[in-house]
Design a protein around this ligand. Structure first.
Ligand code: 2BA
Length: 109
């Protein structure tokens, strides 16, 4: 068995939930925050049999889009000669960041 952990953008989260239910995959959604953008995203935990991993990855791939997002870097301490006005930079986010992990044991009581 494997645990698939997928971090997706909030905008894709409902569509992915619906698609997982439609394809009969069980999932848990957690509200999460990206360490870089410090914006909300959604983490899915999906437990699947080994032979279902490619199918679930395909559902995730189909339902999560790559988007460009503008970020304003954190401004340095003011008052020094090196201070500057930070300009927004564009970063590409998603479609999804996915980890596939082995599960030693699964119990469902
Ligand atoms: P964030 O950490 O908010 O990152 C959002 C996007 O900012 C990233 O998109 C990437 O394009 C960019 N980015 C992140 N760190 C950067 C850095 N040090 N320098 C320049 N650009 C950087 P994604 O790669 O698609 O990641 C989307 C979200 O997935 C991340 O949100 C984070 O929540 C999660 N994630 C990505 N890689 C991870 C990892 N190795 N471990 C745990 N979570 C990860």
């Amino acid at each position: 068995m494997k645990l698939v952990i997928a971090i997706v953008q909030d905008k894709d989260s409902n569509r992915l939930s619906n698609a997982l239910v439609k394809h009969n995959f069980r999932a848990t959604k957690l509200a999460s925050t990206g360490g870089f953008l410090r914006a909300g995203n959604t983490t899915f935990m999906i437990g699947v049999e080994d032979d279902q991993v490619e199918d679930v990855l395909s559902v995730i791939r189909t339902n999560c889009k790559i988007r460009d997002q503008l970020v304003t870097p954190v401004s340095p301490m003011s008052g020094t000669t090196e201070s500057y006005l930070p300009l927004p930079v564009e970063v590409q986010v998603g479609g999804a960041t996915v980890f596939v992990m082995p599960v030693d044991r699964f119990e469902h009581f």
